[in-house]
Design a protein around this ligand. Structure first.
Ligand SMILES: NC(=O)c1ccc[n+]([C@@H]2O[C@H](COP(=O)([O-])OP(=O)(O)OC[C@H]3O[C@@H](n4cnc5c(N)ncnc54)[C@H](OP(=O)(O)O)[C@@H]3O)[C@@H](O)[C@H]2O)c1
Length: 236
């Protein structure tokens, strides 16, 4: 990436949810590589030991110019998200960029056999978690000049545009992300708060791919050909 981009990132504080694996981990690594001299990264997920390893991997690759804070957080817990900002050390609280990446797929069932538990966990993580994180961090952005400043990057999916059999709930959660993102962008249009959505196609990551592999049997039912598969480090 260009050094101009690195310069623009210098001194910024970035929160990445779901940073323990896949796209979130790669996103964190890429931010660190782009601005290795002066950056703060808050890496949030439930598996704290893995986050600590990601922090070590970043330090090993780019040195100590990037300060990394591994933070144990379950975005599906409204209570944990509500306490998130105040639980950060003061030097990590002035957040500039939020990457709402945490998300999951559960099950392959078709209606009417979808487990209630799977419906609830997908909505609580992919939708309510993302909305709650946004609401927790937006006041920090809005306190800045000119109506506010900061970037919100929501990870959606092509599944919102091309729903597939056996993925109705996951696809519905990503459609909700898309609609929330579009409405939020309109609400903040007069500010310098940018609201961005990235909709990956298939990316070869852990949990999601394990489910997707099992979904191959449904692929033939998709309305469009399956897009070329990417690896997380190719998500640029
Ligand atoms: N892979 C694809 O083909 C694909 C395509 C389109 C969109 N996406 C989207 O990309 C995002 C990342 O997916 P991925 O493929 O990188 O999957 P992944 O490798 O399974 O990573 C998911 C991440 O989300 C975290 N997470 C899950 N539930 C969480 C919770 N309740 N609280 C906090 N963190 C949680 C996981 O960490 P812990 O388990 O440690 O909490 C993990 O770090 C998701 O939003 C997904 O919907 C993926």
């Amino acid at each position: 990436m260009s050094s101009a981009m690195g310069k623009r990132l210098e001194g910024k504080t970035i929160v990445v949810t779901g940073a323990s694996s896949g796209i979130g981990r790669s996103t964190a690594m890429e931010f660190a590589r782009t601005s290795p001299k002066n950056l703060k990264l808050v890496l949030a997920a439930r598996r704290i030991e893995i986050l600590k390893q990601v922090a070590k991997d970043i330090e090993k690759e780019v040195g100590d110019g990037v300060k990394v804070l591994p933070f144990k957080l379950d975005v599906s817990s409204s209570e944990e998200v509500r306490g998130f900002v105040n639980a950060l050390p003061v030097e990590f609280r002035d957040i500039d960029i939020l990457v709402n990446n945490a998300g999951l797929v559960k099950g392959l069932a078709k209606a009417p056999e979808i487990a209630e538990e799977d419906i609830n966990i997908m909505f609580a993580t992919n939708v309510t978690g993302l909305i709650n994180m946004t609401q927790a961090i937006l006041p920090i952005f809005k306190r800045r000049d000119e109506g506010g400043r900061g970037d919100i990057i929501n990870i959606g999916s092509v599944a919102a545009r091309e729903p597939y059999a056996g993925g109705s709930i996951y696809c519905a959660t990503k459609t909700a992300v898309r609609t929330f993102t579009d409405a939020l962008r309109r609400e903040l249009v007069a500010t310098r708060i940018r609201v961005i959505e990235i909709d990956p196609g298939q990316v070869e990551t852990s949990d999601i791919m394990a489910t997707r592999r099992r979904q191959m049997q449904y692929m033939r039912e998709w309305s469009t050909p399956n897009p070329a598969q990417l690896r997380p480090q190719e998500m640029q």
